[in-house]
Design a protein around this ligand. Sequence first.
Ligand SMILES: C[S@@+](CC[C@H](N)C(=O)[O-])C[C@H]1O[C@@H](n2cnc3c(N)ncnc32)[C@H](O)[C@@H]1O
Length: 261
Amino acid sequence: MDLFTNMCQPAVAAAESAQHSEAAALAARLGLSLTEVSDATLPLLLVLTPTHLEVRQTGANSPGPVRVDFVAGALDYRRRHGGGKNQALARAVGLKGGKKLVIFDATAGLGRDAFILATLGCRVLMAERSPVLAELLVDGLARATADPIIGPLVTERMTLLTGDSVDLMQTKALGLTPDVVYVDPMHPTREKPALVKKDMRLLRLLVGPDQDAPQLLAASLAAASKRVVVKRPRLAPAIAGPAPDFAVTGRSSRFDIYLTK
Ligand SMILES: C[S@@+](CC[C@H](N)C(=O)[O-])C[C@H]1O[C@@H](n2cnc3c(N)ncnc32)[C@H](O)[C@@H]1O
């Protein structure tokens, strides 16, 4: 564990012996150690189960496991009851009428915002620089693609790149010009861990705070043809750099909008 950022690398484990060789290959690919699923000496485990890949925090009072799941749970509920184009995220990216936007999600994380944007009709190219999160996304996308209900939507509208979005945008490696670049960096927090949702707690342990958000904003402003949208905690200051043109405030977040046209 890094004492300054609290970040830590997980070890890889197979939930059952049948996944052992696949787990060993995953550990080798990610440069992580391989351990037993019962190992509680490390704070985080990346566990390959018969059905999916998940991250588990070990120890007493740990929150439940986290995986990327577009098929069931909170994202499925949000897809069916999420408020459509009136929700703050839709207004922030500028969705109106039948407009089909091309969005580059520069901070994919667990892919939740990307999925919501795809269900609203956007084509979403997303990038994630944490190799562990990228593996979780690949696993979640594969399960979603095989689902009869959301499979076609995910196949047509969601694509993942692994790498740093600043590099990808600066080297023109996106292969398209996005209408909107969407940025949701991990912000430092003073909140007590128990008050932070389990997904965010785990993300924070895996990737730490994104200290380079100002560079990401600058690269995004050069890449977006219409606007850059930055998600912030409701009361947090804007990212260092040019001031946003306006903001859309939702229940728990604020979206700062920078027009580039
Ligand atoms: C707060 S999370 C994003 C959550 C995401 N919006 C969701 O809905 O699940 C921030 C993520 O962005 C990633 N990230 C930050 N800066 C990045 C960059 N320059 N390139 C690629 N990924 C980046 C981090 O590794 C982290 O996984």
